[in-house]
Write a protein that binds this ligand. Structure first.
Ligand code: NAP
Length: 248
């Protein structure tokens, strides 16, 4: 399927912003969501438009069903939706499992798991031939944490990404006969603000030397993998888990 209309959740910064920019360059019209940073979202939309593609930004917390519905409705003003990158995700401050609060775990699971499921549901309702759609492509942004487990750091986050991997595996098989492909990208450590948001601004500098390639990844390197999975060149891939992690 050629590029059409793409929704990128968490498209205002980091991996999502790089994905939105790369998608516009590849010919997609791009709707993106953000949670707080309106100025960053507007800057990404300006870049999408500078690439000659329509773009828009919607404030939406993916953990809130009404926000997700509003985001999909806004995206559809650009045309029929054929792509989703479920990228929005959060970490929490470093903690052992024996220190976790229910409130924190609830929020991590709500954004990373419930948010991804709700977005997939809305995408399938629009893309699947079962629902009168013409097909589409979904990419879930998980993490190498799903196989590393993040001990001593955030096992709850790692577990949420394990759920994202399984969501991708199951949904891919569920809709494979309905024109919808579903794939998962698992980044390793990538240079974005997410580490500071979890109270570890030095995390990239600390961990990068232990990555087999000796460095952190760049958002654009993850975006390139996402774009490949979204597009026609990966047309026989569904249910794939693609590690973009420098060998980690
Ligand atoms: P980031 O730089 O912190 O950006 C997060 C993006 O998600 C922002 O656009 C933010 O919006 C948005 N967002 C946060 N909470 C949201 C919510 N509840 N609802 C909707 N949008 C929300 O993060 P990133 O590093 O690019 O991470 C993107 C994805 O990659 C996440 O799923 C993360 O788990 C995954 N990942 C990242 C790394 C890494 O090392 N960076 C590694 C593995 C996996 P605002 O700008 O408005 O806050």
């Amino acid at each position: 399927m050629p590029p059409g209309v793409l929704l990128v959740t968490g498209g205002s910064r980091g991996i999502g912003a790089a994905t939105a920019r790369a998608a516009a360059a590849a010919g997609w019209s791009v709707a993106l969501t953000y949670r707080d940073d309106e100025a960053a979202a507007a800057a990404v939309v300006a870049d999408v438009e500078a690439a000659g593609r329509p773009g828009l930004a919607v404030r939406a917390d993916v953990a809130e069903e009404d926000d997700v519905l509003a985001a999909f409705a806004a995206a559809e003003t650009l045309g029929p939706l054929t792509g989703l990158v479920a990228n929005a995700g959060i970490v929490a401050p470093r903690a052992r499992v024996d220190e976790l609060t229910a409130e924190r775990v609830r929020r991590v699971l709500a954004v990373n798991v419930l948010g991804a499921v709700l977005c997939c549901r809305e995408a399938v309702r629009r893309m699947s031939t079962r629902h009168g759609g013409t097909g589409g492509s979904i990419v879930l942004v998980s993490s190498a944490a799903s196989r590393l487990g993040s001990p001593g750091e955030y096992v709850d986050y790692a577990a949420s990404k394990g759920a994202v991997d399984t969501l991708g595996t199951g949904l891919a098989r569920e809709v494979a006969g309905e024109g919808v492909r579903v794939n998962v990208v698992r980044p390793g450590i990538v240079e974005t603000d997410i580490h500071a948001s979890g109270g570890q601004p030095d995390r990239v500098a600390r961990i990068a030397p232990s990555v087999p390639m000796g460095r952190a990844g760049r958002p654009g390197e993850v975006a390139a993998a996402v774009l490949w999975l979204l597009g026609e060149e990966s047309g026989y891939c569904t249910g794939s888990l693609l590690d973009v992690a420098g060998g980690r």
